[in-house]
Design a protein around this ligand. Structure first.
Ligand code: FMN
Ligand code: SF4
Ligand code: SF4
Length: 263
């Protein structure tokens, strides 16, 4: 089948998912398709409305949180609709597990008028405990991404309407893994100059506009975006929490998980 436009729709607080999605699109892109990006990470995208046509192909990208699709991305998906539009699901995860995230996303897109024709779970540096899978995706992951892109391209060219009604298999089970919120809300030190960047870029509006040193712990999803983007390097997670995290993830530091694809 012919694709007129390739769309990248992603939620990517620390930009690894964005990087992976772009790399897949790069290796898959052909002369006949135009790439359009829809970054729905910012809070002002919470009521995003996007409608896709039958000759679009949509690559959805998101980080795995607690083995699931992040709630903020699920919320944004409410306004993202297809018309039997083909889609590809890309979950990035920090070398622990992606558990039921791909299955959950497959069900979400189906409800919204999309047909998933491919999926991948790609290992990345853990955005909270950065000593886990440090530097990934690396050269071996890049080779996987290129291979996935090439196979996807062949699949799109070959796909027929009959074939498209076959349900894609992805790993995962129902009921989904119970979501466990990690209590890692970062706060800012005295070096904060109140520039407001973190307030603007927080995906869930959890940083107080009149006092950006403080964080609303209920709203914060621990995505680490504010910590990465602060020009003063003023935002940090409590040392005790980080130490506990380093211990909990000792196994994940020693084993190497490989990316997986479903086509
Ligand atoms: C709140 C939170 C929960 C996470 N849960 C998991 C998890 O269950 N399994 C895993 O392997 N990685 C987990 N990670 C790591 C991220 O999935 C991974 O670093 C991802 O690539 C981040 O994407 P981004 O750079 O686009 O934000 C978690 C990260 C955060 C911030
Ligand atoms: S980005 Fe950093 S310096 Fe700017 S308001 Fe936030 S914590 Fe303060
Ligand atoms: S305050 Fe919490 S949710 Fe907001 S950017 Fe920082 S870590 Fe993410």
């Amino acid at each position: 089948m012919e694709i007129k436009k390739l769309h990248l729709v992603y939620f990517s607080p620390t930009r690894t998912t964005q990087f992976v999605l772009r790399a897949i699109a790069q290796s898959f892109n052909t002369e006949y398709s135009e790439i359009v990006e829809h970054d729905v990470t910012d809070y002002n995208s919470k009521n995003v409305e996007l409608k896709f046509e039958t000759d679009d192909l949509v690559l959805f990208g998101f980080p795995v949180y607690s083995g699931r699709v992040p709630q903020s991305f699920r919320d944004r998906m409410n306004g993202i609709k297809g018309q039997r539009t083909f889609s590809v699901l890309i979950a990035t995860y920090g070398n622990r597990d992606y558990d039921d995230a791909l299955l959950e996303m497959k069900n979400i897109v189906k409800e919204n008028g999309f047909q998933a024709i491919g999926a991948a779970a790609v290992v990345t540096e853990h955005s909270v405990i950065r000593s886990v899978a440090t530097g990934r995706p690396d050269a071996k992951d890049t080779a996987f991404i290129e291979d996935f892109g090439m196979k996807l391209k062949k699949r799109i060219v070959a796909i027929t309407n009959e074939e498209s009604s076959t349900e894609l298999y992805v790993a995962g089970k129902e009921p989904y893994r119970k979501y466990m919120k990690i209590p890692i809300a970062p706060v800012a030190s005295a070096s904060c100059i109140a520039c407001g960047l973190c307030v603007k870029k927080c995906p869930v509006d959890a940083i107080y506009v009149h006092n950006p040193r403080k964080t609303d712990k209920e709203k914060c999803i621990g995505c680490m975006r504010c910590v990465r983007i602060c020009p003063q390097n003023a935002r940090h997670v409590s040392k005790i929490i980080m130490l506990a995290g380093e211990c909990i993830f000792s196994k994940e530091k020693q084993i190497r998980k490989e990316p997986e694809m479903f086509l």
